[in-house]
Design a protein around this ligand. Structure first.
Ligand SMILES: [Zn+2]
Length: 335
């Protein structure tokens, strides 16, 4: 996830070269800048291509104003309603409009590249969806679907937006740790947006039900690299109706990442004969369990004869990674 605003083309180029030269994690690069640079780097375009900002800084683009725009910290509240001074009525900032999104998507399609747009606020996601639909009008929906494009964060998606994402074949790259850190009635999201809008955020279950591919992400360094913490946070969502089952969260944290990177064509992301031997070995306290997240319908049989693969008990200690193998090469080994 590189770009001129967060790093440099040299930085990404060096990382990709290092990843190719040394045994280690597989790196898929994204460049949030000029498309010619992305082509030269062999990267996707976007990877957090900023459509808006963040809720913490009141720069995420909203349909309706921030609940606390006139109050809050001195740096944002000072100076009244003057230009560049977010005050009462502040709806955040859009860095791209729908025509710019559309133009990027069309260019990317011509170059065979995937795009990834950063959209946190509901108005930012409107802009992204309008842009993709305009692009579909120009080059046809099948080419949009073939691109398997991604939206990073999409934290405020409503049912209509989720339906549009599904129709466009967009992958939602989501950060359950954001809900763990800033969700809930007393969290930062509730301060910024009020309880109603905050309670509807990060609707993972609705996205999964609509057929939107989900991939879990840390957005490191925004939250730590902690994949089990992400799985746990997706299951223990502040809004229970938005939570994923442990199995769905695990799939989104593993196979979902390969799908989001369009790197699943060779079977990567699955433990199956013929798939690349890329996997982690975990040391787990206690037995594996088939976990049912709450009192809702038990979607997975807990009868051992159903042969549903178990997972670590998410209420227990975090599993320890004792071996990591990438395409048959051991890159980390405590065994
Ligand atoms: Zn982002």
């Amino acid at each position: 996830m590189a770009g001129p605003e967060v790093s440099s083309a040299d930085d990404l180029s060096d990382l990709l070269a290092l990843a190719a030269a040394e045994p280690g994690p597989v790196v898929h690069g994204y460049w949030a800048g000029e498309i010619d640079t992305a082509v030269a780097l062999g990267a996707g375009i976007g990877g957090d291509l900023f459509v808006d900002g963040s809720l913490g800084s009141r720069t995420a683009a909203l349909r309706a104003p921030y609940a606390d725009a006139a109050g809050g910290d001195a740096g944002l509240a000072g100076g009244g309603a003057g230009a560049g001074s977010p005050a009462a009525g502040n709806r955040g900032l859009l860095h791209l409009d729908a025509d710019a999104v559309s133009a990027t998507v069309v260019q990317a399609a011509e170059a065979g590249l995937q795009t990834g747009f950063h959209a946190i606020g509901d108005a930012a996601l409107d802009t992204v969806l309008d842009g993709f639909e305009r692009a579909a009008d120009k080059i046809g929906l099948p080419r949009i679907l073939a691109g398997r494009h991604r939206v990073e964060h999409c934290e405020m998606a409503d049912a209509a937006q989720i339906a549009r994402m599904a129709r466009l074949g967009l992958t939602a790259v989501v950060q359950p740790a954001f809900d763990a850190c800033w969700g809930g009635r007393d969290g930062m999201y509730a301060q910024r947006l009020g309880a109603d809008r905050a309670g509807a955020m990060n609707p993972f279950a609705a996205m999964a039900a609509a057929g939107v591919v989900l991939a879990l992400s840390s957005d490191a360094p925004v939250t730590p690299l902690d994949p089990w913490g992400g799985v746990r946070a997706a299951v223990a969502h502040h809004t229970p109706s938005a939570a994923l089952s442990a199995r769905a969260a695990f799939a989104a944290a593993t196979r979902g990442g390969w799908r989001a990177a369009r790197a699943d064509g060779d079977g990567s992301g699955l433990l199956a004969p013929g798939a690349p031997a890329t996997f982690a070995v975990w040391q787990v306290a206690g037995e594996l369990v088939v976990q049912v997240p709450d009192s809702r319908v038990a979607a997975w049989s807990t009868d051992p004869r159903a042969a549903v693969a178990g997972l670590p008990d998410l209420d227990g200690p975090t599993p320890t990674c004792v071996r990591t193998v990438v395409r048959g090469t051991v890159i980390h080994d405590l065994l």
